[in-house]
Design a protein around this ligand. Structure first.
Ligand code: GAR
Length: 206
């Protein structure tokens, strides 16, 4: 890894930030050649903020109140990300759909982690959707972001079994273990320039 310029990340969060922590841990362990230029939270109470602060990462609390629509909010987000030199935008539990303003500002350079095997169970409460449907397996998906709800080209997926007596909490916890490996792995592939988007397909280059 020595000698290669680290990929600058802008990480967007809304909640607990365990995926943010996984990224931080992989960077600190020297496994992921990246730096986090800023963490942006749309929720002032997100524990992810504390995690970022503990690691000395700049945090911007960027709430949506005060913005008349999604595009204006996203335009302000783009400015923050640019100010911090972000090359890759990582949605790590960011609970908002992006408008064309964000998607067009970072073409092919926004990724999201979703707690289901897309295209099954997009949107909110994916784990509960999976339980309600009665699937035997769920998991997580890392994908590039477009303007749809969890519809962009898939980078990687991890399969997680659903147990008979799972609750939303127990299934979520099992899926998160997979998320914490998949998201840093996908970022690493991006940082190494090994992801090529071809229509709906993402080719992983050798
Ligand atoms: C994660 O499970 C992530 O997959 C999910 O939010 C959680 C955030 O956890 N994201 C979505 O549901 C987006 N549609 P974290 O804050 O502990 O990383």
């Amino acid at each position: 890894m020595a000698g290669k310029v680290p990929c600058m990340l802008g990480v967007l969060v809304s909640g607990g930030g365990t995926n943010l922590q996984a990224i931080i841990d992989c960077i600190e362990a020297g496994w992921l050649n990246a730096r986090i230029g800023c963490v942006i939270s749309n929720n002032a109470d997100a524990y992810a903020i504390i995690r970022a602060q503990k690691s000395g990462i700049p945090v911007v609390i960027h709430e949506n109140s005060g913005f008349s629509d999604r595009r204006k909010y996203d335009a302000a987000t783009v400015e923050i990300l640019r100010d911090h030199g972000a090359e890759l935008v990582v949605l790590a539990g960011f609970m908002r759909i992006l408008s064309d303003v964000m998607v067009d500002a970072f073409p092919g350079a926004i990724i999201n982690i979703h707690p289901a095997l897309l295209p099954a169970f997009p949107g909110l409460h994916a784990q509960q959707q999976a339980l309600d449907y009665g699937v035997r397996y769920s998991g997580c998906t890392v994908h590039f972001v477009d303007c749809g709800t969890d519809t962009g080209p898939i980078i990687m997926q991890s399969v997680v079994p659903v147990e008979q007596d799972d609750s939303e909490a127990s299934l979520s916890a099992r899926i998160q273990i997979a998320e914490h490996k998949a998201l840093p792995a996908a970022i690493s592939l991006y940082a190494e320039g090994r992801l090529k988007i071809e229509g709906r397909h993402v080719r992983i280059l050798a």
